[in-house]
Each structure stands twice: as structure tokens, then as C-alpha cells.
Design a protein around this ligand. Structure first.
Ligand code: PHE
Length: 381
């Protein structure tokens, strides 16, 4: 064979092979609805990503086992962002431009959702955050949704609880200055707490990844506040509680959903006991929908589901509800159907999307007793 005849023979062949490959791929993607997920599967917030993934996985498996959505199976593609904002941008870009996903679920942490949401918005791919509570997340655009409450509410829940239940008059703040969640929640707490007559008497800062908080805790101890409000994530919060106990600090810690992790009790040890957090759900809830979820999750993963698992599960099922109502599976139709989500009965409460694409739901306050968080009070929006 001459070089020319080789080209004549192989090039068209290669084109035919490539074309049939493309159409096979296309056909395959047409039979499924592809959901992209990005989250912290590793790093200091690893349980956030892992629990969320498990919740999503459980929901998708159940839907697929029952035949999928209008005959189409759901396919999940997940990326680990190692708990980093830059990696979140990379992951969402890849999900959209390489994997051609129809919709995205993520992230947990508000700073990471805020970093990646502009990409989803720019490409007009609907994104649902299961658990980012900072108000700015969904404000990024009309393709960005969440199935959880937001921090103006969560901050006020903690302030009301501190004032009414704990009779706190003074509070210390310990804020992660690099976290949108931490800064925002501290701010919303302060507004309500001071409006109720309370006083912030000391404020200290840290950055996620820090491991030694003795200087901040010593400064707080000197002021003797009634409560120490820490709107942080579990790894740092666990270390703080432990170090506070070592320093002989007696004040009770209060904080938000960011504490939620099976690792918190491991890190803090008995120093956890007595402290309070607000959260999206409690395993003490006797609602059969909640108990059924806990039972199935435990059977599958041999672990009690945390709030992230419940929110991941709800995010996936809110999406399925929207897909069932959508006239077709274009991204615009999925977006419109998500926006019309109404009275969806989730594990974490009844979910209705408001005009800012946020869910308005009650919060619970739970207290650590013998290393397990127990229900104390439910606060309605
Ligand atoms: N609400 C937190 C944030 O916005 C994330 C979080 C939700 C963490 C629920 C734990 C449990 O950053």
C-alpha cells in the first residue's frame, strides 16, 4: 500500500469509527439524566462530602430501582474538591464542559458554593446546594438553588435560644475570617442577640486549618462570657472545645450546622458535652419519614445519618420531583421546575422554593449529652 492509498483507506474508516463512537456515546447519554456532584470527600471537612454523597446515592438508587424518571435512569458523576474553592471551580467546569451534566448538586460549604456557582450560572446549568446557608449563594443567579434554610434565620435561632433558653446576657464570638459562612452567621447572630438585649463582649478570629486556639480562648476566658458562639466547622470546633476544657473555660459553646459531623465527638471527646448547635434535622424526630430514612441509611452504611446525609438525600429527591414535573429535560425546563418546587415533604422538613430559590424551614437546637446530640427545641421561621 502506498502512503496515499493508506490515507484514502484509513482516514474514512477512522471517521466512520469515530462517528459511530460519538453516536454510541450520544445514545448512551440520551438514555440517562446525568447529575454532577462536587464536594469535600477528603480534607478537614471530609465528612461533609462523604455524608452528602451517601444521601444522594441512596436517593438515586431508590429512584433507579423504581424505574427512573419517565423511563430514564439517573447517573451520578462525583468529584472531590478536597475542600478547596479553586478545586470546586475546576470540578464544576469539568462537569459541565466534559461530562455534559444536566444538573449539579453541591456544595456544602458556602464559600465553595459561592466560588463555583458563577460557572453553573454562566453555562445555565441548574445547581442545587443541599446545605450552603449563606444568603449570597443563591443570589448569584436564577440557576442556583438550595434546599436548606439560610443564615439570617439560623443566626436568629441561635440568638433566641441563647437568650430565652440559656438566659445568656453576654457572648464571645470566635470567627473563621476566611469562611463566608462563619462571618455571615456571626453577623446575623450578633444582630439578633443585641436586639434582644445581649452584648458581644469579646471577638476572636481564626482561619480554617488552624490547630491551636489557646491564645483566643485565653482572651475569651478573661472576659467570662455566658456563651461562646462559634460558627465554624467540626474539625476546628472540636479542637477548640478540647483546648477550652484544658484551660478551665466553663462557658457553654453554641454554634450552627457546621458542627455537624460524626467526627466532632471523636475530636472534642467529653469536652463536647453540654454544648448546643442548631441543625437541619434530628434523629430524635419521631416522624415516620425521618425514622424510615434513618433505618434505611443505617442498613446501607452502618452509620447514623448526619444532617448532611439527610440534606443530600432531600436535594436529590427535590431534583427528581422537578424532573417528573418538567415538560422535557432541557436545562431551562429543569430550572423552571425546580423554581416551582412546592410543599415537597423531605426528611429535613417541607420544602418550598421561595422567589430567591431558598427553602424556608424550621431549625432544631440540639445539645450534646454523652457525646450524642439530643433534641431540645424546634424554632419555626
Ligand atoms: N451551612 C454550612 C455552610 O454554609 C455548611 C453545613 C451545612 C455544614 C450542614 C454542616 C451541616 O457553610
Amino acid at each position: 500500500m502506498t502512503y496515499r492509498s493508506m490515507i484514502k483507506f484509513f482516514v474514512p474508516l477512522a471517521v466512520v469509527v469515530a462517528m459511530s463512537f460519538v453516536s454510541a456515546c450520544k445514545k448512551k447519554t440520551e438514555d440517562v439524566i446525568t447529575i454532577g456532584e462536587y464536594g469535600s470527600m477528603t480534607g478537614t471537612e471530609a465528612t461533609f462530602g462523604i455524608s452528602t454523597h451517601r444521601g444522594i446515592e441512596m436517593a438515586i438508587e431508590a429512584v433507579n430501582a423504581a424505574g427512573g424518571v419517565k423511563g430514564k435512569k439517573l447517573k451520578l458523576i462525583s468529584y472531590d474538591n478536597q475542600g478547596k474553592a479553586e478545586e470546586s471551580v475546576t470540578a464544576v467546569t469539568k462537569l459541565i464542559t466534559k461530562d455534559n451534566v444536566d444538573v449539579i448538586i453541591g456544595e456544602v460549604a458556602s464559600s465553595r458554593s459561592k466560588a463555583a456557582a458563577p460557572v453553573a450560572q454562566r453555562y445555565q446549568v441548574p445547581m442545587i446546594s443541599p446545605s450552603s446557608t449563606n444568603p449570597e449563594v443563591t443570589a448569584i443567579g436564577d440557576y442556583i438553588f438550595r434546599v436548606c434554610f439560610i443564615d439570617p434565620f439560623q443566626g436568629s435561632v441561635l440568638a433566641v435560644f441563647a437568650t430565652e433558653n440559656l438566659k445568656a446576657k453576654t457572648a464571645a464570638l470566635l470567627i473563621d475570617k476566611k469562611s463566608d459562612y462563619s462571618v455571615g452567621l456571626a453577623d446575623f447572630f450578633t444582630k439578633k442577640f443585641t436586639a434582644l438585649g445581649g452584648k458581644i463582649i469579646v471577638e476572636q478570629n481564626y482561619v480554617g486549618g488552624d490547630i491551636d486556639f489557646k491564645a483566643q480562648l485565653t482572651a475569651i476566658k478573661a472576659k467570662n462570657p455566658d456563651v461562646i458562639m462559634v460558627p465554624g466547622y467540626y474539625t476546628e470546633v472540636g479542637l477548640m472545645m478540647k483546648q477550652a476544657k484544658d484551660l478551665g473555660l466553663k462557658a457553654v459553646f453554641i454554634g450552627g450546622d457546621g458542627w455537624d459531623s460524626p467526627k466532632l465527638a471523636e475530636i472534642a471527646g467529653p469536652a463536647l458535652n453540654g454544648n448546643y448547635m442548631s441543625n437541619h434535622y434530628t434523629t430524635d424526630d419521631k416522624d415516620p419519614r425521618v425514622q424510615e430514612f434513618i433505618k434505611k441509611y443505617q442498613a446501607k452504611f452502618n452509620e447514623v445519618p448526619d444532617g448532611l446525609a439527610a440534606l443530600g438525600y432531600d436535594a436529590a429527591l427535590v431534583l427528581v420531583d422537578a424532573l417528573n414535573r418538567a415538560p422535557d429535560f432541557s436545562k431551562k425546563s429543569i430550572r423552571d421546575a425546580l423554581a416551582q418546587t412546592k410543599s415537597f415533604a423531605g426528611v429535613t422538613g417541607v420544602i418550598t422554593m421561595d422567589h430567591n430559590r431558598n427553602a424556608s424551614k424550621p431549625a432544631v437546637v440540639v445539645q450534646a449529652q454523652d457525646l450524642v446530640f439530643r433534641f431540645v427545641r424546634k424554632i419555626e421561621p
